[in-house]
Design a protein around this ligand. Structure first.
Ligand SMILES: *Cc1c(COP(=O)(O)O)cnc(C)c1O
Length: 399
């Protein structure tokens, strides 16, 4: 058999693949599975954005574009960041890529060498460790504590730092937790980054989905000196329900963006011309769609957190953003379902699939086995029924 590259052998298959495959198989065989595992909004891409995509086709805007994305889109991103955040960037400090994930991939390829360590707060988004590893870097996990509402603890951060640390990945609001980093935590990160010459990757993909009135603290607003060592990642996948269009963007220091453009020029060349026109309509047009989504999500959030907290043994930090809840379900580990003992999040997710016909994502996928993730990008009806089924199935577990 042909041997594979070491880099791909290093990447572990996702621990959730088995649960996913089973959920799909059950669904295909006609079992009514309620799906709480999806990582995308349950809304359709808004009409004016779809129209812009259709118009791009009709006008035959169907050729290669500039490698970093069409100038109008990069200009619109610059203006959006200025209007919403007060940040000043130039279009040559923007790269548009095939989704936010691809932007991360480009930056890791442009920045990291073998042996470089990158700090990843844990629970983390599933793609951070492999993207760092594919660039030859080494993920270093910074544990976030539920008792501290998953904020960064400055002492723990300091304990993760070494001479080989090159940077840190921040995700606020976070997937899978929905937590937001405090100003105090970001101050500690900024101080370390400035002292030790780190790059900060700020994944802001959920920044339009923030609950409550408090403004979202941001590393760029902590200290103006952070601008030359921060890459901001964002996109339209979550804010405009455009996951399938594959458009994300990075803003940051010009020389890093230029390096990322080199990588992009020799891999994808450019993101889809049609999707870029649609993203232009999203970024430059009215911003009421993300607000409308957020209002729908907040009602579901209140309900699902209330239900989870009312179940014996479950603790659940109230999300401050995004559309996920991440309850601690470890009180159920060690309990029995017939002959089988629930030993961790994979077992519990599997049990819930069989017994409650609900699909969730086991916390182990995010480096946190005590938890499971529920996405509330689902209708109130589905959430109500799902919580009823969860409660009943948990109640059937024996100690
Ligand atoms: C969804 C998501 C992204 C970006 O996804 P794309 O579909 O590639 O744009 C980035 N970070 C996190 C944490 C996400 O959940």
């Amino acid at each position: 058999m042909i041997t594979l590259a070491e880099r791909v052998q290093q990447i572990k298959p996702s621990p959730t693949l088995a649960v996913n495959a089973k959920a799909k198989a059950l669904k295909a065989s006609g079992v009514d599975i309620l799906n709480f595992s999806v990582g995308e909004p349950d809304f359709d891409t808004p009409e004016h954005v779809c129209e812009a995509g259709k118009k791009a086709i009709d006008e035959r805007f169907t050729r290669y574009t500039a490698v970093p994305g069409i100038p109008e889109l990069r200009q619109a991103i610059v203006e959006r960041l200025r209007a919403d955040r007060g940040w000043e960037y130039e279009p040559d400090q923007v790269q548009v890529a095939c989704g936010g994930k691809h932007g991360l991939y480009n930056m890791a390829q442009a920045l990291f060498n073998p042996g470089d360590e990158v700090i990843i707060p844990t629970p983390y988004w599933v793609s951070y460790p492999p993207i760092v590893q594919l660039a030859g870097g080494t993920p270093v996990f910074l544990p976030l504590a539920e008792e501290q509402e998953f904020d960064i603890d400055p002492d723990r951060l300091a304990a993760c730092a070494s001479d080989r640390t090159r940077g840190i990945v921040l995700n606020s609001p976070s997937n899978p937790i929905g937590s937001v980093f405090s100003r105090r935590a970001l101050e500690a990160v900024a101080q370390m980054a400035l002292e030790r010459d780190w790059i900060v990757i700020s994944d802001d993909i959920y920044d339009t989905i923030v609950y409550g009135d408090e403004p979202l603290p941001h590393i760029l607003d902590i200290d103006p000196a952070m601008k030359e060592r921060t890459l901001v990642l964002n996109g339209v996948s979550k804010s405009f329900a455009m996951t399938g269009w594959r458009i994300g963007y990075t803003v940051g220091p010009q020389h890093i963006i230029a390096a990322m453009n080199k990588i992009q020029s020799q891999s994808t060349s450019n993101p889809s011309s049609i999707a870029q026109k649609a993203a232009l309509a999203a970024v430059s047009g009215p911003q009421d769609f993300p607000r409308m989504m957020k209002e729908a999500f907040v009602e579901r959030l209140d309900y699902i957190v209330g239900r989870l907290r009312s179940m014996p043994g479950i603790t659940c930090v109230r999300p401050r953003g995004a559309f996920y809840v991440f309850p601690n379900v470890s009180a159920y580990y060690g309990k029995r379902a017939g002959a089988k003992t629930i030993q961790g999040s994979l077992d519990l997710a599997d049990y819930l699939l069989d017994e409650a016909r609900i699909a969730t994502v086991p916390g182990i996928a995010f480096g946190a086995d005590d938890f499971i993730r529920f996405s509330f990008a689902a209708s109130m009806e589905v959430i109500r029924e799902g919580m009823d089924r969860l409660e009943a199935a948990l109640g059937r577990l024996a100690s």
